[in-house]
Design a protein around this ligand. Structure first.
Ligand code: PHE
Length: 336
């Protein structure tokens, strides 16, 4: 009876008091445990009545325990749940920003979408055919070593793609020309990480295949692109180059928009910076994808997003892009 009284009057205004109550009446070592243990000392004819009354106390203790828990919860929750929402508070201060590479990626896609390009994607883990063979890299040819490759399996070779040109192959073998496609993605190369090189980076590939596509279309398209991205005053120049999958091939430079002719270390005092590789798609590549190279011709280009973002935003170390330092990322807030 004394316990019943004590239970009825129990209260808990914090977790410690609740725990103390639990130890006294609910836990295995509670006073009720002792009462149950007493049962062997009770005369057999009284045991039933004794057991019943201990069970009553136990029930009472458990009901009270639930009551204490719920009243404790509602009292601790009351402050925040009852306070009205202050609609005049300023919006969150710590909103994220778009990553600079995302900003450039989006901008490039937008520029090419305006002239009718669609966007395609492909896998980052590639087989030899899509990354090399179909792109006219001869078997065991040193040209394969132009791009230091991370191989995953050999014979047949599976690797992390070294360029987005593999997407060109995937689209061309699965769809019918004409193509006017942009293929962005992450690529991997086995290079020592430094301010100017990383083991992964991002490229945007583009290709245009139709009847009567010529070098003039390549030049005019890339000229339009350079002006859209870097501004009306941008000058471009094409330099002959070599890629196994294009013939002829050219690299495109833009006039350095940082030094304005005075010389700087971005353009190495030359006034020009290389931004992409390009060329007329080699007929062998079209044939490898089942496209009639007598009927169709095309051009392709590929550019590195990191490099372009470096020029646009004057970033001097490639590693900054993947370090997730908010002091770096926050600088792009106004552009997001
Ligand atoms: N795939 C080449 C590279 O990664 C770039 C390129 C793409 C060149 C398309 C020509 C045509 O260096």
């Amino acid at each position: 009876a004394a316990f019943k009284e004590e239970i009825k009057n129990a209260s808990a205004s914090n977790q410690e008091e609740l725990e103390a109550y639990r130890m006294r009446f609910i836990s295995r070592k509670s006073v009720l445990g002792d009462l149950f243990n007493e049962i062997k000392n009770i005369a057999p004819e009284d045991r039933k009545a004794y057991g019943q009354s201990v069970n009553e106390v136990k029930q009472l203790a458990e009901d009270k325990f639930k009551e204490l828990i719920s009243s404790l919860e509602s009292s601790s929750g009351s402050e925040s749940s009852k306070a009205p929402i202050d609609l005049t508070l300023p919006p969150l201060e710590n909103l994220g920003t778009l990553h600079p590479l995302t900003i450039i990626h989006n901008r490039i896609v937008e520029i090419f979408q305006k002239i009718g390009f669609n966007v395609a994607e492909g896998p980052e883990i590639e087989d030899d055919f899509h990354n090399f063979t179909a792109l006219n890299f001869p078997e065991n040819h040193p040209a394969r070593e132009m791009q230091d490759t991370f191989f995953i399996e050999s014979n047949p070779d599976i690797a992390l793609r070294t360029h987005t040109s593999s997407i060109q192959i995937r689209v061309m073998e699965n769809q019918k020309p004409p193509f006017r496609t942009l293929a962005p993605g992450r690529v991997y190369r086995n290079e020592a990480i430094s301010a100017r090189a990383h083991c992964f980076f991002h490229q945007v590939e583009g290709f245009f295949v139709d009847e009567n596509v010529g070098l003039v279309d390549l030049k005019q398209t890339l000229y339009y692109f350079a002006k859209e991205l870097f501004g009306e005053d941008t000058k471009v120049r094409f330099r002959p180059s070599y890629f196994p999958f294009t013939e002829p091939s050219a690299e495109m430079d833009i006039s350095c928009n940082i030094c304005h002719g005075e010389g700087c270390n971005v353009c190495k005092y030359s006034g020009w910076v290389e931004i992409l590789g390009s060329g007329m798609i080699d007929p062998n590549v079209l044939e490898n994808c089942g496209i009639d190279s007598e009927k169709y011709t095309g051009f392709a280009f590929g550019m590195g997003i990191e490099r372009i973002a470096m020029l646009k935003f004057q970033v001097n170390d490639l590693r900054l892009y993947s370090e997730n330092d908010v002091r770096f990322l926050n600088q792009f807030k106004s552009l997001s």
